[in-house]
Design a protein around this ligand. Structure first.
Ligand SMILES: [Fe+2]
Length: 208
């Protein structure tokens, strides 16, 4: 058995099977395995799969000149939909949270605060952008307009003021806009493996 197959999960496994330990050394392959097994899940209400959506987010980021941290954030922004794939000790406090917070907590031990913030705030960024840029709301997909209400609706003036002060706001808003564009069933992208060296470099650099 080679090293990378140690943690590969059986596609037919159920939740009772013990999950492997996720470390800095195997995190990227662990996520690659999730993309491979679960990437064909549909992305709620949209005509792309989850992996198409996340890869298109990264593709948009790279095409628009984003640096590695922001490309990684765009690629992993929805990883919180997959908390059930991660071992219990890692999921811990993340499992009862919304996917953006869950994703941020899963990534926090491995990636910089900039990457983590883009993941953590990509949903409130939608609520924020809808207030500060009315054209942004008009361009949202129907599914995204529908989920806006469930996500808290438009931000209040006080929420807008507070959100405007958080670090990495520009990056967070960019990731959000690329998230919104990453729903094109015809858009081709590089595979996940293309982004693995970027993720590995960032994980090696650590979470400072
Ligand atoms: Fe998304």
């Amino acid at each position: 058995m080679n090293e990378s197959s140690d943690f590969k999960q059986n596609a037919n496994s159920n939740a009772q099977v013990e999950k492997p330990t996720v470390t800095r050394e195997n995190l990227v392959e662990f996520i690659a395995d999730i993309f491979e097994r679960k990437g064909s899940d549909s992305y709620l209400g949209e005509s792309v799969t989850m992996s198409q959506h996340m890869l298109q987010g990264a593709f948009q980021a790279e095409k628009n000149g984003a640096d590695d941290e922001v490309v990684a954030a765009a690629l992993l922004h929805d990883i919180g939909h997959y908390t059930s794939e991660f071992p219990a000790d890692m999921v811990g406090a993340a499992q009862d949270n919304y996917h953006e917070e869950a994703g941020a907590r899963l990534l926090e031990p491995f990636f910089s605060p900039r990457v983590v913030s883009c993941v953590r705030y990509h949903v409130p960024a939608k609520r924020y952008l809808c207030v500060i840029d009315p054209a942004y709301y008009d361009d949202l997909s129907d599914a995204s307009k529908q989920t806006l209400a469930l996500q808290g609706g438009l931000m209040s003036p006080q929420e807008v003021q507070e959100f405007a002060a958080i670090p990495y706001l520009e990056d967070i808003m960019q990731v959000r806009r690329w998230d919104d564009l990453a729903k094109d069933p015809l858009q081709k992208t590089p595979p996940f493996s293309y982004y693995q060296p970027i993720l590995k470099r960032l994980v090696e650099a650590g979470n400072a």
